[in-house]
Design a protein around this ligand. Structure first.
Ligand SMILES: [Zn+2]
Length: 728
């Protein structure tokens, strides 16, 4: 088993020492000591040394190693970063994956190579209109630059390193209209004029989006071929991005890309912004990335957002690393060496969890997701979802009461296709992230699925499938979902799930609607965040009593229930103004339960998770939990615990072993997290059969447990920031 896996298929802990544009400190270092420190103090087994600089004014065309074919970064003289460091890294079991900047080039370099730049529709280079990091431009994957880039990759590999990481290329929004792209697209589409960017009325616009994603994948295939031509075992990958609607703008498509890379990786850097920051972002991203066939890695800066020389609090850093591995991904961090001068202690403390990961590699090797709830994150929906309900574009007031003036004005609707797309993209981003987080706070472990994952092998072990407004689905996906439910699975579908085909065109699917328990969709309520409610009907919703009143999610559809669907709750008649009397309950159901074959469908006529992400209401989290529980049927929820919502639970499996990851984010209530408050005596009941032994790996203790009816119940005496229970 061990030997069958390549090194990068085993647990990998990566780091990069960041020197920005001054490599003198590295050149003057005792390289042997540096490599030893990589293993013994940073606890890593893979390091990114810079092959090309990532600094102003866009020096991606210079190398930090010796090559007769490329310009050398002058400061280094004959010093070769890769070849000098490689033997030392080898000595300490550290694999070298050099960083190759593939997206930030100076204007001078671009001027020497006409035809290589990414162009906007009017012919302006992207980097002239939007200078990269303040100055510099970017090149096109379809231009002759690709051959230059592939030769650079071969030269990097000829130094003897184990692979490389490509930082870019990036397909920037509003690009690319260069001559190479125009010729290729015309050849493919048969039309001379390319669609204007974001012209949703142009029938070729969606083809253009596919063309961009495929162009990027083609480039990556060439890059991988280049690396493998020098070293058949090379690992190569790039920065692939997460699961938000900007995927469409930047041509991201993880399923298309994974064929040509060794890892699926993406950044989850911390941002000290004004917006809400989920405590579980690294966990959620790790789940998304590790859904694919390739090992995943989450990139974490040990830096305070855009203040790169100030480090993150160790508690936040450690938590991010724990979340990465709990979600099935590998770890990566960057240390900004300037910060080490005054705050080295913090940095070593921040990554000390690596020692535990180093010593417990066995428990992170070849693991599989074992969460019984799966969430479909549909990339086709991220690309093509444009709601047909123009009412959703109504803007709601901020709902803030200041000086007795309540801002509730509705601005006039601008409901063209672009406005509908903006609204849809925003809604979807909140719905996706809110879905993970509502379930995190409800202690429902989840695994992520991509569009191509609605197949028996990926649905194995899944009891309940959640469609968080997975609007754009193919007929094949719809059939696969129905088959899954009829065979006994549970389904929770929200809002416009399946209302469009995989190209975003409205689908006539009366049979699918009835499957969800809906006879007809009559339209949408105007969005509202003031005095609008829904009321629970009957006692079928676990945890809610008949007549329970709770805030209505901001968006909602008016649907007529199918004859055999059981309404669980109804929307109240709209009020939309503060301090008004309620106007009674409407005939429009908010939640429906239907029996389908051996399974159950819970349909929510709202994007419930969007509202959870925006307003963090406990009622919405409880409603999400109730929906999953109801859909799961007699088996019930996979995990039950008395822990607070700040403890996320993830379950993964190995042969003969279930691993329960407990990530504790109980702290100062919000950023900055400086101290994690330990949890004591946490009761936990988890679905698991045939268990003989339970150990807490970090505490290095055996735990007593009782087993009954397919579950084990135990008490965890202490959970610091992170604990792993091995159920064997
Ligand atoms: Zn181009």
């Amino acid at each position: 088993m061990r030997s069958a896996l390549k090194w990068w298929e085993r647990p990998v802990r990566m780091m990069r020492r960041d020197y920005i544009g001054n490599f003198a400190p590295f050149m003057k270092s005792d390289l042997d000591q540096l490599a030893r420190e990589s293993r013994d103090r940073w606890h890593i087994n893979c390091e990114w040394v810079m092959a090309t600089p990532g600094c102003a004014p866009g020096l991606a065309y210079q190398t930090l190693f010796n090559s007769p074919k490329f310009e050398k970064f002058p400061q280094l003289g004959r010093f070769d970063m890769l070849r000098e460091y490689l033997p030392h890294a080898r000595r300490y079991g550290v694999h070298l994956l050099p960083y190759v900047n593939m997206h930030w080039y100076s204007y001078d370099f671009a001027a020497k190579h006409p035809g290589w730049e990414q162009l906007l529709e009017d012919g302006t280079p992207y980097g002239r209109k939007s200078p990269l990091y303040g100055g510099g431009t970017t090149l096109c994957v379809n231009s002759p630059w690709r051959d230059w880039a592939f030769e650079l990759i071969r030269e990097v590999m000829r130094t003897g390193v184990d692979g490389c990481f490509l930082d870019g290329p990036v397909l920037f929004p509003n690009c690319c209209y260069c001559d190479s792209c125009r010729a290729l697209f015309t050849k493919e589409s048969g039309r001379k004029k390319m669609p204007s960017f974001s012209d949703w009325s142009d029938p070729l616009w969606k083809r253009f989006l596919q063309f961009r994603a495929q162009s990027w994948a083609n480039f990556m295939q060439g890059a991988q071929d280049a690396a493998l031509s020098v070293n058949p075992d090379a690992a190569i990958f790039l920065n692939g991005g997460g699961f938000d609607s900007s995927a469409m703008l930047t041509a991201r498509d993880p399923a298309r890309m994974e064929k040509f890379q060794s890892f699926s990786g993406s950044e989850e850097f911390f941002h000290c912004g004004t917006a809400y920051k989920s405590p579980f972002d690294s966990l959620n991203l790790a789940r998304f990335l590790s859904a694919g066939e390739k090992p995943a890695v989450v990139f974490t800066h040990h830096a305070l957002s855009t203040w790169h020389y100030a480090p993150l609090p160790p508690a936040e850093m450690a938590n991010a690393l724990a979340q990465s591995v709990a979600g099935g991904a590998n770890t990566w961090f960057a240390i900004f060496m300037e910060a080490m001068k005054s705050r080295a202690g913090e940095a070593f403390e921040a990554v000390s969890i690596g020692k535990f990961l180093q010593e417990n590699e066995e428990y992170y090797t070849a693991t599989q997701p074992a969460a019984e709830t799966a969430v479909l994150l549909s990339n086709r929906t991220l690309y093509y979802y444009v709601t047909r309900h123009k009412a959703l574009t109504h803007e709601v007031g901020a709902g803030k009461e200041m000086n007795l003036i309540l801002e509730s004005a509705r601005k006039p609707t601008r409901a063209d296709l672009a406005a509908c797309r903006d609204t849809s993209a925003r809604l979807l981003d909140h719905e996706h992230h809110g879905c993970f987080d509502a379930l995190n706070f409800a202690h429902v472990p989840v695994r992520a699925l991509w569009d191509n994952h609605l197949v028996p092998s990926k649905l194995k072990g899944v009891r309940t499938l959640v469609l968080p407004n997975a609007a754009c689905l193919s007929d094949e996906q719809i059939a696969a979902i129905q088959k899954f439910v009829k065979a006994g699975g549970g389904l929770v579908a929200t809002f416009e799930s399946g209302a469009y085909d995989e190209w975003g065109d409205a689908a006539k699917r009366p049979e699918w609607l009835r499957f969800l328990g809906v006879e007809k969709v009559e339209g949408a309520f105007a969005p509202s965040r003031i005095e609008d409610y829904l009321t629970v009907k009957g006692s079928a919703l676990p945890g809610f009593s008949d007549g329970y009143l709770m805030p209505r999610p901001i968006n909602a559809l008016k649907v007529k229930p199918a004859g055999d669907a059981r309404p669980l709750a109804y929307f109240n008649n709209p009020v939309g103004l503060a301090y008004q009397l309620l106007k009674g309950i409407s005939d429009w159901p908010a939640a429906l339960l239907s029996k389908r074959g051996k399974g159950r469908v819970v349909y929510l006529a709202s994007p419930l998770f969007e509202s959870f992400e925006l307003y963090h209401m406990a009622d919405h989290k409880e409603l999400a939990r109730a929906a999953v529980q109801l859909a799961a049927g007699a088996a019930g929820l996979q995990v039950q615990t008395d822990a607070p919502g700040s403890l996320a639970v993830e379950v993964r499996a190995q042969k003969g072993r279930t691993l329960v990851h407990l990530i504790n984010t109980s702290s100062d209530m919000k950023r900055p997290m400086e101290k994690i408050i330990p949890l004591h005596d946490v009761q936990l009941t988890v679905h698991a059969r045939g268990i003989r032994r339970v150990r807490a790996l970090r505490a290095k203790k055996r735990l007593r447990f009782t087993a009954s009816r397919g579950s084990v119940t135990l008490r965890v005496p202490l959970i610091g920031d992170y604990e792993v229970l091995a159920l064997e």
